[in-house]
Design a protein around this ligand. Structure first.
Ligand SMILES: *[C@@H]1O[C@H](CO)[C@@H](O)[C@H](O)[C@H]1NC(C)=O
Ligand SMILES: *[C@@H]1O[C@H](CO)[C@@H](O)[C@H](O)[C@H]1NC(C)=O
Ligand SMILES: *[C@@H]1O[C@H](CO)[C@@H](O)[C@H](O)[C@H]1NC(C)=O
Ligand SMILES: *[C@@H]1O[C@H](CO)[C@@H](O)[C@H](O)[C@H]1NC(C)=O
Length: 361
């Protein structure tokens, strides 16, 4: 489920919309979210047998009414925080909706903890919606939308929506980096990356054929620095080889997206790089008001599953910690990252270009 470092970018895009166009005249931005535990807002609560869940204490201990919601943090996700800033709400989990609900035309969140690019990633969580599953559900959504408002209007809605994807952390953390799983024995790191790239190309193309044009993909953060990985180092340092793989992944996906932009008519795929922002927070915690970035608030770095279960030893001052559990950032870290994203968006021309309204389908 572990994807602390893949960041929710979509709300920043809404920020740009809000600033570019006064709210009164702004076309309402429709967003479809695909991803793993950092983007999840509660789909897995509906998967009865899923082990990738967070609908119990201490999750949500700093959320409204201290309520666990299926978010993998003590409080808000980055998306939640940015939507607060803007006075909007993030799209609801797909599984909380009736598939015919009118709400699907305003945006849906398909993200599911434990999900990966590859179908076999996160297998040991028993249930999760893999990226392929999420696209299957989205395909269903596109049919319902077209049935509601007609082929032409439906296609326009889908062309103009923004698609946010945060995927890939679990393919490393909960697949390739697990020595007992086949993929790590079967493939070299280069071969594994080739596999991910091939699968992603297929998934981007499938989304495009279903009507997606404006696609924002989050690059991976320095996964070698999350508590579950540091715990594998005798001196609790970041795992360099893991960060190296992440950087190679980011480079390759960026190239793939540029290629697809040339190949697919009117496609506007954007790569959102977050690696250095997260690394800076980990390397210089005090710069952002944190005291601890090398271990988790819940002291679960080495426990099985790495989640903050109700028997965990939760830190008192959660604002002093970058990481909540062995994988995911705290509410306070999400707030910092949300701020950085918010200001950074204005200096990233491709991102704002990708979400600008267009009418060329
Ligand atoms: C995904 O993996 C599951 C479990 O291994 C398998 O049953 C299913 O057929 C696979 N689906 C695809 C599309 O490969
Ligand atoms: C898929 O869409 C149909 C309507 O076209 C709906 O009846 C069905 O429940 C949906 N299935 C899922 C799994 O969302
Ligand atoms: C984290 O870093 C501090 C120094 O800033 C050190 O005292 C502590 O032992 C480290 N903890 C772990 C779990 O590595
Ligand atoms: C931005 O887009 C241009 C072409 O549209 C491309 O050459 C460039 O690599 C992109 N930059 C980033 C950071 O993706």
């Amino acid at each position: 489920m572990a994807t602390p470092l893949v960041l929710a970018f979509f709300m920043v895009v809404i920020a740009v919309m809000a600033v570019d166009h006064p709210p009164t005249s702004a076309p309402s931005l429709v967003t479809y979210i695909f991803g793993d535990s950092l983007a999840e807002v509660g789909n897995n609560n509906y998967l009865q047998y899923s082990l990738a869940r967070s609908d119990f204490p201490y999750y949500g201990i700093d959320y409204t009414d201290a309520k666990p919601t299926g978010r993998f943090t003590n409080g808000r996700t980055i998306g939640d925080i940015l939507s607060e800033k803007l006075g909007s709400t993030s799209p609801p989990p797909y599984l909380s909706l009736n598939p015919h609900d009118d709400a699907i035309m305003k945006g849906v969140n398909y993200a599911s903890g434990g999900a990966g690019i590859l179908n076999d990633t996160g297998l040991y969580f028993i249930q999760r919606m893999t990226f392929d599953d999420q696209i299957d559900y989205f395909e269903n959504t596109t049919k319902v939308i077209k049935a509601k408002i007609g082929e032409q209007a439906g296609t326009r809605l889908l062309n103009e929506a923004v698609y946010f994807i945060g995927m890939g952390s679990n393919d490393y953390i909960n697949n390739y980096l697990q020595p007992f799983l086949l993929d790590s024995q079967q493939y070299t790191p280069e071969e594994f990356l080739g596999l991910l790239n091939l699968k992603l190309a297929e998934q981007f193309t499938r989304l495009y054929l279903l009507g997606a044009r404006k696609i924002v993909f989050h690059g991976l953060g320095p996964l070698g620095c999350i508590p579950s990985q540091r715990a594998k180092s005798k001196t609790h340092q970041c795992l360099r080889h893991v960060n190296e793989w992440v950087l190679q992944f980011n480079t390759k996906v960026q190239k793939l997206m540029n290629l697809l932009n040339l190949k697919l008519k009117n496609a506007q795929l954007t790569f959102a790089d977050t690696y250095n922002d997260v690394l800076d927070m980990v390397d210089n915690p005090s710069k952002y008001g944190f005291k601890v970035s090398n271990t988790s608030c819940c002291k679960v770095d080495t426990t099985i599953g790495g989640l903050c279960l109700s028997n965990a030893n939760v830190c008192k001052n959660r604002r002093e910690y970058v990481f909540w559990d062995a994988f995911h950032p705290t509410d306070a870290a999400n707030a910092v990252l949300a701020d950085r994203f918010f200001s950074k968006m204005f200096t990233t021309p491709n991102s704002s270009k990708a979400i600008a309204p267009n009418h060329n389908g």
